[in-house]
Design a binder for this molecule. Structure first.
Ligand code: FES
Length: 154
């Protein structure tokens, strides 16, 4: 009799493996709060890439971009660099394709460098070192008369 009583007491003290309805709802609310907070922090740390599909083109005088020079503009809410060499005129988003840091143009080596994780891209935006999974996003750039036009759909 005494032994039976002890088993009942032990079973009564044993915590249930199932959540009560209140605990389930509290856990769900905590999860939603954590997901919202994570999204907010990510948005603050990494600049969002704007949609370049519907963005208005940006233009500037060709005289502001002599051969060998670069010019940075904002297109679709994203910093874009226009690089003019003796043989080409290219524009790239400066947002690294790894985790969204801003890359830097290095004219001496003719490369883009990402200081966050030592990512490197060549002058054509192709990955040459580090963790970036894909090339930099190339933006359409044309010359219309005496103006450089960034982002115009050709
Ligand atoms: S964010 Fe550019 S290499 Fe990681």
């Amino acid at each position: 009799m005494l032994e039976t009583h002890n088993r009942e007491e032990q079973q009564a003290e044993k915590p249930s493996v199932f959540l009560s309805r209140r605990q389930f709802i509290q856990l769900g609310m905590a999860g939603l709060g954590a997901a919202w907070a994570g999204t907010f922090v990510q948005g603050q740390l990494f600049p969002a890439q704007g949609s370049s599909q519907n963005a208005a083109p940006v233009s500037f005088p060709l005289s502001e971009l002599p051969v060998g020079a670069t010019k940075t503009v904002t297109f679709a809410g994203v910093p874009v660099i226009v690089v003019r060499t003796a043989v080409s005129l290219k524009a790239f988003s400066l947002v690294c394709t790894h985790l969204g840091c801003l890359v830097q143009w290095q004219p001496g080596s003719m490369e883009f460098y990402c200081p966050c994780h030592d990512g490197r891209f060549d002058q054509f935006g192709e990955v040459i070192a580090g963790p970036p999974p894909v090339p930099l996003e190339e933006i359409t750039v044309t010359v219309d008369g005496d103006r450089v036009v960034v982002g115009e759909v050709v």
